[in-house]
Design a protein. Structure first.
Lengths: 207, 529
């Protein structure tokens, strides 16, 4: 028999107040090491450029290099400090939650976002890890739905990433073949499919 | 090329050589600009060393030979459930395309094709490159046969119930058809007249831009006047004060030429535009010389967008676009990274009620309370704090763009004065930025029911994007620092055809919409594509 009980909106699972999983503790150090390498490379390029400008025949160019040096040093100092400190601020604010039907990822310090990707929309998953990631035993998990709205969860432990990937793949398959218990009967009518009556809008709007 | 003979390898008609020659030339020159640049460079070379000119016939012969060879090595075989395409002279490719992977089948007829009764078929696939799924210059019977076979091989999932679901969906669609104007498959929904084509031409965005350019570069009028004056003066010396008259004539001439160009452009592209419903698909055909045909299955449509610019608003007409999934990553296999951009079904001109009929027919019985009409009273405003955010964003962008100019202008002054100059410029830009922000806030709005959401935006024109919740791919709630203070948030929905955003709504509303949308997606057993 086709049963289609109405779903009270208050009972819908909320994506607020979740128990967020933190990223791997080494991830901050991995990002800092990456930042340090970048700082060193940019510093080396800057030094070479300064020496070339100084060593040239043009006297005006030499004066310009000296004038530029102070500004460049200040800018470089600010840049270096910020990208070295940034991971300490940003990483604790990232986190992920895997639920039965979707995977959520939160990120952002100033602009904070929480993104949810339902498993029955995921096309495929990917794990990758760069040289630095492997040095710290880390891996990144990407989850791709159709279009461009996927997750790239960086800084997971290698084991965690693999376990998550396996779980996500299993969930994708389960969602694709088996209808959930409450959806066992075919939903011929799109209106009743959600179990929502027309006046049963999800939101009582204040805006 | 007998369509009723499956299993045999066949070649397309020899006229496909033209197609391959075109493809070869295209592979060298990605754009018209490159082509012009190449010819320019050649001209310079020939001027310096006339012997270079000998290379031109050699090049032409080589390109024709490449076309002939590509034609010779291009073979295809149609089987019951798939098509094999083998092609390539040096780098051979063998495409094995099961019909159930084909998203849509589009047909294009060039002028030569039309004279000879041939068509070029391209199959939209999820995952393989466009060029591989193309059959150039085949008979239209073969195209119809292919279309029939592809329709017979709808994607079948492992569970039978999905097929049931499909039938149920189609039944719903057919019930809808019974209500609407389109009673039988293949019924014409819309046909554009000559007047409509003219309206499309007048509403061309380039015309507005051209008018602005004309106004800015008034000098070109003087230039033209200098050239025209002797002609006109010799024609009739009776005009003593010919100067003003010539100027007026030149302006009128410019306007007429511009109008002629855009009208001709519209005629070229949209002549004989017809939209009809064919079973579960929508099909458009248009074009004066090259006739293009786009077929999009109803269930592949992810989003409907109705828009109008200033000119279309005057005409009380709209433009509708039905967006299918744009990027479908190939499931499972990483070796074919190609992503397919599916054809967008576009109705270049239609009236509000026609757009609403189409929406009802595309969405079926879902999303009854949605609307595509921007003037609908159902749209709710977003928070007025959006004006503040826009003002800041626009004025900062303006100030940033102005920095190089101001630095150049005040190069004799110290850095302090440059900073002050930028600051004053930023202050001065706040008022116009606020005005723009206010207008955009007035245009911004959203509307939802239990099945879907419509988001309105715009500045001079207006645009409404509508989609069904169950088509969402991911949902994001974002909060900027300002939004956090005011308890607001921006809701971003990623669809398979692109992103859609509802800015500056109450955080609670955004969260509940997200939770409900996730619920609809996760509990839906209907196919989203």
């Amino acid at each position: 028999m086709f049963i289609n009980p109405e779903v009270p909106l208050e009972s819908l699972p909320s994506a607020d107040n979740l128990d967020w999983h933190a990223l791997h503790p080494s991830f901050v150090r991995r990002l800092q090491l990456g930042a340090l390498i970048r700082v060193l490379v940019i510093g080396a390029i800057g030094t070479v450029a300064y020496l070339l400008m100084q060593g040239g025949d043009s006297e005006a160019m030499g004066r310009f290099a000296d004038w530029l040096l102070s500004y460049a040093l200040i800018a470089f100092g600010v840049f270096a400090a910020s990208i070295l400190i940034w991971p300490v601020i940003a990483v604790p604010r990232r986190g992920y939650v895997v639920r039965e039907k979707d995977i959520l990822y939160k990120t952002g310090v100033l602009w904070r976002s929480v993104k949810a990707v339902p498993f029955n929309r995921v096309q495929h998953t990917k794990i990758d890890s760069g040289l630095l990631d492997r040095r710290f035993g880390l891996a990144n998990l990407s989850v791709f739905p159709a279009g461009a709205g996927g997750h790239k969860i960086r800084g997971l432990g290698t084991d965690t990433a693999e376990r998550l990937r396996v779980y996500v793949s299993e969930r994708i398959e389960a969602e694709a073949i088996e209808p959930a218990d409450d959806e066992r009967s075919p939903p011929p009518d799109p209106r009743t499919e959600a179990g929502a009556a027309p006046d049963n809008g999800p939101v009582t709007d204040a805006g | 090329m007998n369509p009723s003979e499956p299993g045999a390898w066949q070649r397309t008609s020899p006229f496909a050589i033209l197609f391959f020659i075109g493809r070869t030339i295209k592979s060298f020159t990605r754009s018209l600009i490159q082509l012009v640049a190449t010819f320019g460079a050649l001209a310079v070379l020939i001027e310096r060393n006339p012997q270079v000119a000998l290379a031109i016939p050699a090049g032409i012969v080589a390109i024709i030979a490449a076309g002939v060879l590509q034609y010779w090595f291009f073979r295809f075989r149609i089987e019951e459930d798939r098509i094999h395409i083998h092609q390539g002279v040096v780098r051979k490719t063998a495409l094995d395309l099961p019909f159930d992977r084909v998203q849509g089948i589009n047909v294009e007829r060039s002028l030569i094709d039309r004279i000879l009764g041939l068509v070029t078929v391209s199959m939209d696939t999820a995952g393989s490159a466009t060029a591989e799924g193309q059959l150039p210059s085949v008979t239209s019977e073969l195209a119809d046969d292919l279309r029939g076979r592809i329709r017979a091989h709808r994607p079948v999932k492992t569970a039978d119930r999905i097929a049931d679901d499909e039938r149920a969906g189609e039944a719903a669609g057919e019930a809808e058809e019974g209500r609407g104007r389109e009673r039988s498959p293949g019924q014409v929904i819309l046909r554009l007249t000559g007047g409509d084509i003219a309206r499309i031409g007048f509403s061309n965005r380039n015309l507005v831009v051209a008018a602005a350019v004309l106004g800015l570069f008034g000098q070109s009028i003087d230039f033209a006047e200098e050239r025209l004056r002797p002609i006109l003066e010799s024609a009739g010396e009776a005009f003593a004060g010919a100067g003003a008259l010539i100027q007026v004539l030149v302006v009128i001439g410019f306007v007429l030429v511009g109008l002629g160009l855009v009208l001709f452009g519209a005629l070229l592209r949209y002549h004989g535009f017809t939209l009809w419903r064919e079973g579960t698909a929508y099909r458009t055909r248009a074009g004066l010389l090259t006739q293009r045909e786009v077929v999009v299955e109803t269930r592949k449509i992810q989003q409907l967008t109705l828009s109008h610019n200033l000119v279309l608003r005057l005409f009380r007409r709209h433009r509708l676009r039905a967006l299918p999934a744009a990027l479908l990553p190939n499931q499972g296999s990483a070796d074919t990274p190609g992503l397919q951009i599916a054809e967008v079904l576009e109705v270049p001109l239609l009236q509000g009620p026609e757009a609403e009929d189409l929406r009802k027919s595309v969405f079926g019985r879902e999303g009854d309370a949605l609307t595509l009409l921007p003037r609908s009273a159902g749209f709710k405003r977003v928070s007025p704090h959006y004006i503040r955010a826009l003002t800041l964003r626009i004025s900062f962008t303006l100030a940033l763009v102005a920095v190089p100019f101001l630095t150049g202008l005040l190069r004799d002054r110290g850095p302090g004065e440059v900073v002050l100059g930028v600051f004053i410029f930023w202050l001065a830009s706040i008022l116009p930025a606020a005005l723009v922000g206010w207008v955009r806030w007035r245009r911004q709005g959203y509307l939802h029911d239990g099945d879907g959401l419509a988001s309105r935006s715009g500045f001079l024109g207006r645009k409404v994007d509508a989609f069904l919740f169950r088509k969402a791919q991911s949902v994001t709630v974002v909060q900027s620092p300002l939004q956090r203070r005011k308890g607001l948030a921006t809701l971003n929905v990623q669809l398979a055809c692109g992103p859609l955003s509802v800015p500056y709504i109450d955080l609670g509303v955004a969260s509940r919409l997200r939770d409900y949308m996730l619920y609809r997606v996760e509990s839906s057993q209907r196919r989203w594509h």
